[in-house]
Design a protein. Structure first.
Length: 195
């Protein structure tokens, strides 16, 4: 019995550590991302916390990446962590769903959920691109975060070879205070019925 108890904290620690890991995908190391808007590279559900995605692109190179935000979570920020290259501007856009319906050959900005330019002459390293994408000069727009569901991102470089690193941060959705109050009342009602 004593030996069993000594293993419980280690098992609990391993379970917590396993949940803390997030996606870390580097196109230069892990393989090329898809250039096909109808068959994006699927990274699967993003984990809670930081999910690091590094893309490497040169002129005309387009990357399409589909991610899933799990139920009860939201994409709360999309920070440009790093930008290495001589070209000073790149492009990122997002659409809801598992494909991208518009592309570099005659793009329809009004079909985009959000988009922005980024890089040293646009939005520099350290910038949270999500609120900027949420309020595009033309396009659909969104409320600043992306809720549960599938989203496809389009990343494109406009010139020389450049490496971009993004931190897709996923956080749990916190219910509004009114919702918490309703849960509390429902719990009290159930408690009274049991007596």
């Amino acid at each position: 019995m004593k030996g069993t108890l000594s293993w419980l904290p280690i098992g609990a620690t391993l379970a917590v550590a396993a949940q803390a890991f997030a996606i870390d995908y580097d196109e230069g190391v892990d393989g090329d991302l898809s250039g096909d808007p109808l068959a994006p590279f699927v990274l699967g559900p993003l984990d809670e916390g930081s999910n690091i995605i590094t893309t490497s692109a040169t002129f005309g190179d387009v990357d399409y990446i589909t991610v899933t935000i799990p139920t009860g979570f939201e994409l709360s920020s999309l920070v440009l962590d790093d930008y290495i290259g001589l070209d000073t501007v790149a492009f990122i856009a997002v659409q809801e769903g598992t494909i991208f319906t518009t592309g570099p050959d005659g793009p329809d900005v009004f079909a985009l959920l959000g988009w922005t330019l980024f890089g040293p002459t646009a939005e520099p390293v350290g910038t949270d691109l999500l609120p900027i994408m949420a309020d595009p000069p033309a396009g659909i727009g969104f409320d600043g975060t992306l809720g549960e569901g599938d989203y496809t991102f389009w990343v494109q470089q406009t010139g020389d070879l450049t490496t971009h690193t993004f931190d897709f941060t996923v956080t749990a959705v916190i219910p509004a205070p009114a919702t918490l109050g309703m849960f509390a009342l429902a719990g009290l009602g159930r408690r009274r019925r049991r007596r």
